[in-house]
Design a protein around this ligand. Structure first.
Ligand code: NDP
Length: 269
Protein backbone atom coordinates (compact mmCIF):
# COMPACT_ATOMS: atom_id res chain seq x y z
CA UNK A 1 0.00 0.00 0.00
CA UNK A 2 1.31 3.47 -0.88
CA UNK A 3 2.28 5.58 2.17
CA UNK A 4 -0.25 8.31 2.94
CA UNK A 5 0.28 11.70 4.63
CA UNK A 6 -1.81 14.86 4.87
CA UNK A 7 -1.97 18.38 6.28
CA UNK A 8 -4.77 18.98 8.78
CA UNK A 9 -6.24 22.40 9.51
CA UNK A 10 -9.37 24.53 9.37
CA UNK A 11 -9.46 26.22 6.91
CA UNK A 12 -7.09 24.16 4.76
CA UNK A 13 -7.64 25.18 1.12
CA UNK A 14 -4.87 27.83 1.32
CA UNK A 15 -2.18 25.39 2.51
CA UNK A 16 0.81 25.12 0.20
CA UNK A 17 2.08 21.87 1.75
CA UNK A 18 0.26 19.63 -0.82
CA UNK A 19 2.24 21.48 -3.54
CA UNK A 20 5.55 21.00 -1.73
CA UNK A 21 5.66 17.35 -0.59
CA UNK A 22 4.99 15.74 -4.00
CA UNK A 23 7.96 17.74 -5.36
CA UNK A 24 10.17 16.41 -2.54
CA UNK A 25 8.87 12.86 -3.15
CA UNK A 26 9.66 13.03 -6.86
CA UNK A 27 13.08 14.53 -6.18
CA UNK A 28 14.05 11.81 -3.69
CA UNK A 29 12.43 8.93 -5.59
CA UNK A 30 9.85 8.21 -2.87
CA UNK A 31 6.35 6.99 -3.55
CA UNK A 32 3.74 8.64 -1.33
CA UNK A 33 0.42 10.44 -1.32
CA UNK A 34 -0.01 13.82 0.42
CA UNK A 35 -3.51 15.29 0.83
CA UNK A 36 -5.37 18.21 2.38
CA UNK A 37 -7.54 17.26 5.36
CA UNK A 38 -10.19 19.61 6.76
CA UNK A 39 -10.92 18.76 10.41
CA UNK A 40 -14.02 20.16 12.15
CA UNK A 41 -13.05 22.77 14.76
CA UNK A 42 -14.32 20.45 17.51
CA UNK A 43 -13.15 17.24 15.81
CA UNK A 44 -9.36 17.32 15.57
CA UNK A 45 -8.69 14.32 17.81
CA UNK A 46 -11.42 12.23 16.11
CA UNK A 47 -9.87 13.09 12.73
CA UNK A 48 -6.45 11.93 13.90
CA UNK A 49 -7.92 8.63 15.19
CA UNK A 50 -9.56 8.11 11.78
CA UNK A 51 -6.30 8.80 9.93
CA UNK A 52 -4.44 6.31 12.16
CA UNK A 53 -7.16 3.69 11.60
CA UNK A 54 -6.94 4.27 7.83
CA UNK A 55 -3.21 3.58 7.86
CA UNK A 56 -1.82 7.10 7.34
CA UNK A 57 1.91 7.29 8.27
CA UNK A 58 1.91 10.89 9.46
CA UNK A 59 0.51 14.38 9.10
CA UNK A 60 1.34 18.06 9.24
CA UNK A 61 -0.78 20.23 11.51
CA UNK A 62 -1.63 23.85 10.86
CA UNK A 63 -3.91 26.52 12.36
CA UNK A 64 -5.76 26.28 14.67
CA UNK A 65 -4.72 22.81 15.86
CA UNK A 66 -0.99 23.05 16.70
CA UNK A 67 -1.56 23.29 20.49
CA UNK A 68 -4.24 20.58 20.56
CA UNK A 69 -1.94 18.31 18.56
CA UNK A 70 0.68 18.60 21.31
CA UNK A 71 -1.92 17.49 23.88
CA UNK A 72 -2.99 14.30 22.08
CA UNK A 73 0.51 12.96 21.30
CA UNK A 74 1.73 9.89 23.18
CA UNK A 75 5.31 11.24 22.86
CA UNK A 76 6.77 14.70 22.13
CA UNK A 77 10.22 15.38 20.69
CA UNK A 78 12.32 18.00 22.58
CA UNK A 79 11.61 20.84 20.15
CA UNK A 80 7.85 20.20 20.21
CA UNK A 81 7.99 20.12 24.01
CA UNK A 82 9.84 23.46 24.05
CA UNK A 83 7.49 25.00 21.49
CA UNK A 84 4.40 23.68 23.30
CA UNK A 85 3.04 23.02 19.81
CA UNK A 86 3.23 20.36 17.12
CA UNK A 87 3.28 20.79 13.34
CA UNK A 88 4.47 17.27 12.41
CA UNK A 89 2.95 13.97 13.52
CA UNK A 90 4.33 10.46 13.02
CA UNK A 91 1.96 7.49 13.42
CA UNK A 92 4.14 4.53 14.35
CA UNK A 93 3.56 1.29 16.25
CA UNK A 94 0.41 2.58 17.97
CA UNK A 95 2.15 5.81 19.03
CA UNK A 96 1.40 9.37 17.96
CA UNK A 97 4.75 11.18 18.00
CA UNK A 98 4.78 14.99 17.82
CA UNK A 99 7.57 17.22 16.52
CA UNK A 100 7.84 20.87 15.55
CA UNK A 101 9.78 21.82 12.42
CA UNK A 102 8.72 25.50 12.16
CA UNK A 103 11.67 26.80 14.22
CA UNK A 104 14.22 24.48 12.55
CA UNK A 105 12.76 25.60 9.19
CA UNK A 106 13.35 29.25 10.11
CA UNK A 107 16.93 28.53 11.21
CA UNK A 108 17.57 26.52 8.02
CA UNK A 109 16.29 29.39 5.88
CA UNK A 110 18.56 31.89 7.63
CA UNK A 111 21.69 29.70 7.71
CA UNK A 112 21.35 27.74 4.45
CA UNK A 113 19.35 29.93 2.08
CA UNK A 114 20.41 33.38 3.30
CA UNK A 115 23.89 32.09 4.23
CA UNK A 116 23.83 33.96 7.56
CA UNK A 117 25.32 32.31 10.65
CA UNK A 118 23.43 32.83 13.93
CA UNK A 119 26.48 32.03 16.07
CA UNK A 120 27.61 34.97 18.25
CA UNK A 121 24.95 37.23 16.71
CA UNK A 122 22.62 39.66 18.46
CA UNK A 123 19.06 38.62 17.62
CA UNK A 124 15.82 40.60 17.99
CA UNK A 125 12.62 38.54 17.95
CA UNK A 126 9.47 40.63 17.51
CA UNK A 127 6.40 38.86 18.93
CA UNK A 128 5.93 36.23 21.61
CA UNK A 129 3.21 34.00 20.18
CA UNK A 130 3.39 30.40 18.97
CA UNK A 131 5.78 31.06 16.10
CA UNK A 132 8.21 32.99 18.34
CA UNK A 133 8.11 30.27 21.01
CA UNK A 134 8.82 27.60 18.39
CA UNK A 135 11.82 29.53 17.08
CA UNK A 136 13.59 29.98 20.41
CA UNK A 137 15.13 26.55 21.08
CA UNK A 138 16.39 26.10 17.49
CA UNK A 139 17.87 29.63 17.65
CA UNK A 140 19.53 29.02 21.04
CA UNK A 141 21.11 25.82 19.70
CA UNK A 142 22.92 27.93 17.07
CA UNK A 143 24.78 29.83 19.83
CA UNK A 144 23.75 33.50 19.39
CA UNK A 145 25.37 36.15 21.63
CA UNK A 146 22.01 37.42 22.88
CA UNK A 147 18.29 37.15 22.10
CA UNK A 148 15.94 40.05 22.84
CA UNK A 149 12.20 39.29 22.62
CA UNK A 150 10.00 42.38 22.16
CA UNK A 151 6.23 42.10 22.33
CA UNK A 152 3.13 44.30 22.57
CA UNK A 153 2.12 42.42 25.74
CA UNK A 154 5.32 42.71 27.76
CA UNK A 155 4.38 40.00 30.29
CA UNK A 156 4.22 37.40 27.50
CA UNK A 157 7.71 38.33 26.29
CA UNK A 158 9.04 38.23 29.87
CA UNK A 159 7.51 34.78 30.44
CA UNK A 160 9.07 33.49 27.23
CA UNK A 161 12.46 34.88 28.28
CA UNK A 162 12.14 33.08 31.64
CA UNK A 163 11.20 29.78 29.94
CA UNK A 164 14.26 29.93 27.67
CA UNK A 165 16.72 31.50 30.11
CA UNK A 166 18.50 28.29 31.08
CA UNK A 167 20.72 27.77 28.03
CA UNK A 168 23.67 29.96 29.08
CA UNK A 169 22.74 32.69 26.57
CA UNK A 170 21.17 36.01 27.66
CA UNK A 171 17.46 36.11 26.73
CA UNK A 172 15.34 39.13 27.71
CA UNK A 173 11.68 39.94 27.24
CA UNK A 174 10.71 43.62 26.85
CA UNK A 175 8.22 46.04 25.32
CA UNK A 176 8.84 47.66 21.92
CA UNK A 177 9.66 51.03 23.54
CA UNK A 178 12.57 49.45 25.46
CA UNK A 179 14.40 48.15 22.37
CA UNK A 180 17.95 49.54 22.39
CA UNK A 181 20.85 49.33 19.95
CA UNK A 182 21.18 47.56 16.63
CA UNK A 183 20.91 43.87 15.78
CA UNK A 184 22.49 41.39 13.36
CA UNK A 185 19.23 39.49 12.82
CA UNK A 186 15.66 40.82 13.29
CA UNK A 187 12.75 38.37 12.94
CA UNK A 188 9.18 39.62 12.75
CA UNK A 189 7.09 36.88 14.41
CA UNK A 190 4.16 39.17 15.16
CA UNK A 191 0.87 38.76 13.33
CA UNK A 192 0.86 42.49 12.47
CA UNK A 193 1.84 41.92 8.81
CA UNK A 194 -1.43 40.03 8.34
CA UNK A 195 -3.22 43.35 8.91
CA UNK A 196 -0.69 45.33 6.87
CA UNK A 197 0.71 46.96 10.03
CA UNK A 198 4.28 47.63 11.08
CA UNK A 199 5.25 46.58 14.63
CA UNK A 200 6.55 49.71 16.42
CA UNK A 201 10.21 48.87 15.98
CA UNK A 202 12.77 51.74 15.88
CA UNK A 203 14.66 52.25 12.61
CA UNK A 204 17.90 52.16 14.61
CA UNK A 205 17.67 48.35 15.12
CA UNK A 206 18.69 47.90 11.46
CA UNK A 207 22.17 48.30 9.97
CA UNK A 208 23.23 47.66 6.36
CA UNK A 209 24.53 44.22 7.44
CA UNK A 210 21.32 43.30 9.32
CA UNK A 211 19.17 40.40 8.10
CA UNK A 212 15.46 41.24 8.57
CA UNK A 213 13.03 38.35 8.13
CA UNK A 214 9.25 38.53 8.23
CA UNK A 215 7.67 35.13 8.94
CA UNK A 216 4.71 36.09 6.78
CA UNK A 217 4.76 35.42 3.03
CA UNK A 218 2.56 36.50 0.18
CA UNK A 219 2.64 38.07 -3.26
CA UNK A 220 4.46 41.19 -2.18
CA UNK A 221 6.88 42.52 0.43
CA UNK A 222 5.34 43.30 3.84
CA UNK A 223 5.45 46.76 5.41
CA UNK A 224 8.07 45.38 7.81
CA UNK A 225 10.24 44.26 4.90
CA UNK A 226 9.84 47.63 3.15
CA UNK A 227 10.72 49.49 6.36
CA UNK A 228 13.82 47.33 7.01
CA UNK A 229 14.94 47.60 3.37
CA UNK A 230 14.55 51.40 3.67
CA UNK A 231 17.18 51.31 6.44
CA UNK A 232 19.54 49.33 4.16
CA UNK A 233 18.95 45.88 5.72
CA UNK A 234 18.73 42.64 3.69
CA UNK A 235 15.17 41.31 3.80
CA UNK A 236 13.44 37.92 3.48
CA UNK A 237 9.85 36.78 3.78
CA UNK A 238 8.56 33.55 5.38
CA UNK A 239 8.38 31.45 2.21
CA UNK A 240 11.84 29.98 2.78
CA UNK A 241 10.80 29.06 6.34
CA UNK A 242 7.71 27.30 4.96
CA UNK A 243 9.68 25.32 2.38
CA UNK A 244 12.35 24.40 4.95
CA UNK A 245 9.87 23.30 7.67
CA UNK A 246 8.34 21.00 5.05
CA UNK A 247 11.79 19.59 4.18
CA UNK A 248 12.42 18.92 7.89
CA UNK A 249 9.06 17.12 8.20
CA UNK A 250 9.77 15.10 5.05
CA UNK A 251 13.15 14.08 6.53
CA UNK A 252 11.46 12.91 9.75
CA UNK A 253 9.02 10.75 7.78
CA UNK A 254 11.24 9.45 5.00
CA UNK A 255 14.80 9.61 6.41
CA UNK A 256 16.08 11.81 3.57
CA UNK A 257 16.18 15.62 3.50
CA UNK A 258 15.22 17.01 0.09
CA UNK A 259 17.01 19.95 -1.54
CA UNK A 260 14.92 23.13 -1.38
CA UNK A 261 16.61 25.77 -3.56
CA UNK A 262 14.89 24.96 -6.89
CA UNK A 263 11.44 24.66 -5.30
CA UNK A 264 11.90 27.97 -3.48
CA UNK A 265 12.73 29.65 -6.80
CA UNK A 266 9.66 28.24 -8.57
CA UNK A 267 7.33 29.19 -5.68
CA UNK A 268 8.45 32.84 -5.63
CA UNK A 269 5.77 35.02 -7.25
P1 NDP B 1 0.07 34.13 17.49
O1 NDP B 1 -1.34 34.54 17.36
O2 NDP B 1 0.44 32.99 18.34
O3 NDP B 1 0.95 35.38 18.02
C1 NDP B 1 0.74 36.65 17.49
C2 NDP B 1 1.84 37.61 17.96
O4 NDP B 1 1.71 38.82 17.21
C3 NDP B 1 1.76 37.97 19.44
O5 NDP B 1 3.06 38.20 19.90
C4 NDP B 1 0.95 39.29 19.38
O6 NDP B 1 1.21 40.13 20.48
C5 NDP B 1 1.51 39.90 18.13
N1 NDP B 1 0.63 40.87 17.48
C6 NDP B 1 -0.59 40.65 16.94
N2 NDP B 1 -1.06 41.77 16.37
C7 NDP B 1 -0.13 42.73 16.57
C8 NDP B 1 -0.04 44.12 16.24
N3 NDP B 1 -1.00 44.73 15.55
N4 NDP B 1 1.07 44.81 16.60
C9 NDP B 1 2.07 44.19 17.28
N5 NDP B 1 2.04 42.88 17.64
C10 NDP B 1 0.96 42.17 17.29
O7 NDP B 1 0.57 33.93 15.96
P2 NDP B 1 1.75 32.98 15.45
O8 NDP B 1 2.89 33.13 16.39
O9 NDP B 1 1.22 31.63 15.16
O10 NDP B 1 2.10 33.63 14.01
C11 NDP B 1 2.82 34.85 13.88
C12 NDP B 1 3.17 35.11 12.42
O11 NDP B 1 4.03 34.10 11.93
C13 NDP B 1 1.97 35.12 11.46
O12 NDP B 1 2.17 36.16 10.52
C14 NDP B 1 2.06 33.77 10.76
O13 NDP B 1 1.49 33.82 9.46
C15 NDP B 1 3.57 33.57 10.71
N6 NDP B 1 3.97 32.16 10.59
C16 NDP B 1 4.70 31.79 9.47
C17 NDP B 1 5.13 30.49 9.32
C18 NDP B 1 5.93 30.11 8.09
O14 NDP B 1 6.13 28.91 7.83
N7 NDP B 1 6.43 31.05 7.34
C19 NDP B 1 4.83 29.45 10.32
C20 NDP B 1 4.10 29.94 11.48
C21 NDP B 1 3.69 31.26 11.58
P3 NDP B 1 0.36 40.02 21.87
O15 NDP B 1 1.02 38.93 22.66
O16 NDP B 1 0.52 41.36 22.47
O17 NDP B 1 -1.05 39.71 21.47
Amino acid sequence: MIDKYCVIGNPIAHSKSPEIHPVYAAQTGQELVYERCLAPLDGFEATIRRLVAEGYRGANVTLPFKLEAARICTRLEERAQAAGAVNTLVFEGGEIIGDNTDGPGLVADITRNAGVSIKDKRVLLLGAGGAARGALLPFLKEGPREIVIANRTVATAAALARDFGGYGIPVSGIGFSEIAGSFDIVVNATASSLAGDLPPVPASVFRPDTLALDMMYGNQATVFMDFAAGQGASVRDGLGMLVEQAAEAFAIWRGVRPATADLLKTMRP
